[in-house]
Design a binder for this molecule. Structure first.
Ligand code: ADP
Ligand code: MG
Length: 322
């Protein structure tokens, strides 16, 4: 169906997306004061990647994605999609990207097949090149092709939104919080689709609140906070970058006092264990154990936890805020 790797190739261009100095200020009005949602973001997303855009609520993720999709007009900056400048080549840049939006905005009077045909018409896909049945099958909606959208469950609507994003065979697929509030089955189906499309050469950009998902799915990750890029790196490097570890001590008896020492963050947990966070690069495990013994604690059991993306995320967004 999709020949994403080959189409629209223009010379040396290696990136799927290039964003420079992107600013978005929402005009103030009845709903509140002026809001600067993006304060000058530079971001490059390579072709073929599964790229995660993370950040807390209100960080500006949807704003960035909706600018890529042509749904929100940027205030300043330059956006290039698959080598096409959004301002100079609006038609080509729009054709290169498909977006599954965060909101379930579907026309309730169209059947899934009709919705895909209308979308294909909007994107000027010739009848002979339309693949509605194939796309409906891909997202598992072939049985519902003729059902009215208003009779579809939330999960089915989401699948239809994914199908709509695919009708014009874009090289870049953007998913805005695709798994927020969906059940496990649909979540797995979505990720299976993402993997399959990516294996065929499609570049995938997604936002998610579920950091384990980003960790599992994404080759590279950018974190934005308050409209600014905080970090952008490969998932592996991002995780190794913070060498934070936590040692979990299960004491023989409730401790009289907690261990302490430079570089140790100690908390007593509700399950009677003591969690000691430290940096493996700065503090050897042996000094952590010494601090435990110095507090008169006899260890019944001990294990360690690695930092995960959640920790990286908290650390980076906290550091910025502080
Ligand atoms: P995210 O998707 O990361 O949660 P958004 O891009 O939706 O963040 O929002 C970024 C900021 O811009 C938030 O403060 C939000 O309230 C504001 N915002 C988003 N859309 C609009 C709009 N249409 N008008 C005014 N402010 C908006
Ligand atoms: Mg959002």
């Amino acid at each position: 169906m999709v020949d994403a790797g080959e189409r629209g190739k223009s010379g040396m261009m290696q990136n799927a997306i290039e964003i420079r100095g992107l600013v978005k200020t929402y005009a103030g009005g009845r709903h509140g004061p002026e809001k600067r949602a993006l304060g000058g973001v530079d971001l490059t997303i390579p072709r073929g990647a599964v790229f995660g855009l993370l950040g807390p609520n209100g960080a500006g993720k949807s704003t960035l994605i909706n600018i890529l999709a042509g749904l929100v007009v940027k205030t300043a900056g330059q956006v290039t999609i698959w080598g096409f400048d959004q301002d100079r080549n609006p038609r080509q840049s729009r054709a290169a990207i498909g977006v599954m939006p965060q909101e379930l905005n579907l026309d309730p009077f169209f059947t899934p097949r009709e919705a895909l045909e209308v979308q294909a018409g909007l994107y000027g896909v010739p009848k002979a090149q339309r693949r509605s049945d194939e796309i409906l099958r891909l997202v598992g909606l072939e049985d519902k092709a003729e059902a009215y959208a208003r009779t579809l469950s939330g999960g089915m609507r989401r699948r239809l939104l994914l199908a709509k994003a695919l009708v014009h065979h874009p090289q870049v697929l953007v998913l805005d919080e695709p798994t927020a509030g969906v059940d496990i089955e649909l979540r797995q189906m979505l990720w299976e689709n993402v993997r399959r499309l990516n294996a065929r050469g499609m570049t995938i950009i997604l936002t998610t609140h579920y950091l384990e998902e980003a960790e599992e799915m994404c080759d590279e990750i950018a974190i934005i906070n308050e409209g600014a890029l905080v970090v952008r790196d490969s998932t592996a490097r991002l995780l190794s970058r913070l060498d934070g570890k936590t040692m979990i001590i299960h004491p023989e008896q409730p401790p009289g006092r907690l261990p302490q020492g430079p570089g140790l963050t100690v908390t007593q947990r509700a399950d009677a264990t003591i969690a000691i966070a430290y940096r493996a690069g700065e503090t050897p495990a042996e000094s952590v154990l010494e601090a435990v013994r110095a507090a008169g604690i006899r260890i019944r059991d001990v294990r360690t936890e690695q930092a995960d993306l959640q920790d990286v995320f908290l650390e980076l967004t906290r550091r910025r805020a502080g």
